[in-house]
Ligand binder design. Structure first.
Ligand code: GLN
Length: 446
């Protein structure tokens, strides 16, 4: 704990942590040391973990990096928080993220951007930028984050670490700030696949507090990592011709696919004709869900209330106008629009149908193949300030990650090399529904 706390101080300028629970973590470390000495310690004993600031930890502030929740204290712990604490993890602090997990660069945070440890002029990725940089810079051992359309995988790729989004419903969302409930999943960001497997086996499983959580059996993923059988791998042809794909990333993925072939795996191109539509489908559905989920921040129940509020309507209007940032407001308006009576069929209902086609197509590919491989991101980490001015450009950063989110499939980003200028490159592997053990074993093997 002391080691990590001093590194957090040394690298405070990266802006990864919003708060450090130093005193509490030190006390807990002493208790856990005793358990280790007695031989009664849990699976994560001594693991120092940071929490993305949209995961509740009872008695601690949680803001989702928004002004509207400034000062809000979690009144209960998320199921994932309880589960890691039950296994004797030590929670070291709260990690910066995009406001309400909406973003791909951590620049929408009310508390400012997180800087990439590989190059501080570059973004960390988002929305879990703090969670990725904290692991990249060695400010904690591992972190928990959430992924709606890439928020674990994309920052992991930008920071050269491992990021796992489990199958939708594999992990309870109870106590996690809702962005788009039919997409949101909690997962680990770690330095190794082994650590991701261990954390997943702790946090996964059915939860009576989340009716969408699955009761499909959870395995001890960390003990199932030595599958070295040859696999059938599909890569999506369209990803390699996609506009905006950085040539260094393209060459990196081509070299990886060749290496897999050389090692005896079957590697074949498949066509995924919906690639151009995944981003639009994702943003229609997630903004619709967000507009509903964020209705609860009304200046009455939680956090910020405008000092100029006079009556009920002005409390709503002023608190929300002052409390939410630009990107969040844009999404609430977009989501309200696509759900409005006149446009529901044209946008929301159509996007639901597109989602089903995308899911069916991906499931279909995975009937013939074990995995689908894509680059995690079309470009390496971009400059801070460069893309934040154009939301459409920013949304396109999600083109390779939102497919698995629309389909609810598990996907992992693993480090795949570096650009000439030393920026990390990530490779995404998408697996079969609830087959995290296969996905993790293959990720570790390669
Ligand atoms: N960049 C995507 C978005 O802004 C993904 C965010 C996420 O996964 N939480 O919606």
């Amino acid at each position: 704990v002391e080691h990590y706390c001093s590194r957090i101080e040394q690298y405070a300028h990266l802006n990864a942590f919003l708060e450090v629970f130093k005193v509490e973590a030190l006390l807990r470390a002493e208790e856990i040391q005793k358990k280790i000495d007695d031989g009664t310690a849990g699976k994560l004993a001594g693991m120092i973990i940071g929490l993305k600031d949209n995961i509740s930890f009872k008695g601690h502030e949680m803001t989702a990096s928004s002004k509207i929740l400034e000062g809000y204290q979690a009144v209960y712990s998320a199921t994932v928080t309880k589960k890691i604490l039950n296994e004797d993890a030590i929670i070291i602090g709260r990690l910066n993220c995009d406001e309400f997990a909406m973003g791909a660069s951590n620049e929408t945070s009310f508390f400012g951007p997180v800087k990439n440890f590989a190059d501080q002029t570059k973004v960390s990725g988002g929305s879990s930028g703090g969670s990725a940089v904290a692991v990249q810079a060695g400010l904690c051992f591992a972190s928990l984050a959430s992924d709606t359309g890439g928020s674990i995988r994309q920052p992991a790729a930008f920071c050269g670490v491992v990021g796992l989004k489990p199958t939708y419903s594999r992990v309870s969302r109870y106590g996690v700030v809702a962005y788009a409930s039919s997409f949101d999943q909690v997962g680990p960001i770690t330095r190794s696949v082994d650590d991701a497997a261990l954390i997943l086996e702790v946090i996964a499983g059915n939860d009576i507090h989340d009716s969408t959580s699955s009761n499909v059996k959870v395995f001890e993923y960390s003990k199932l990592l030595d599958d070295k059988r040859k696999k059938k791998i599909a890569y999506i042809e369209e990803t390699l011709h996609s506009e905006g794909l950085d040539p260094e990333i393209k060459n990196n993925i081509l070299a990886q696919l060749q290496k897999l072939k050389d090692n005896g795996h079957t590697v074949k191109p498949v066509s995924f004709e919906y690639l151009d539509h995944v981003v639009a489908t994702y943003y229609i559905l997630t903004t619709a869900e967000a507009s509903s989920n964020l209705a609860r921040y009304d200046g009455v129940h939680y956090g910020y209330r405008s000092p100029d509020a006079k009556d009920l309507i002005s409390t709503y209007k002023k608190s929300r106008s002052e409390g939410f940032g630009e990107e969040v407001k844009r999404r609430i308006m977009l989501g309200t629009f696509v759900l409005s009576a006149g446009y529901y069929d044209a946008y929301y209902s159509k996007a639901q149908k597109a989602r089903r086609l995308i899911k069916e197509k991906m499931d279909h590919i995975l009937e013939d193949y074990d995995f689908i491989i894509t680059p995690t991101t079309p470009t390496p980490a971009f400059n801070i300030g460069e893309e934040i001015t154009d939301p459409v450009v920013m949304y396109l950063a999600d083109i390779f990650t939102v497919g698995a989110s629309l389909a609810g499939l598990p996907a992992i980003s693993i480090p795949s090399g570096e650009t000439e200028s030393g920026l990390p490159i990530g490779m995404q592997i998408i697996g079969k529904r609830f087959k995290e053990e296969e996905l993790l074993a293959f990720a570790k093997h390669i």
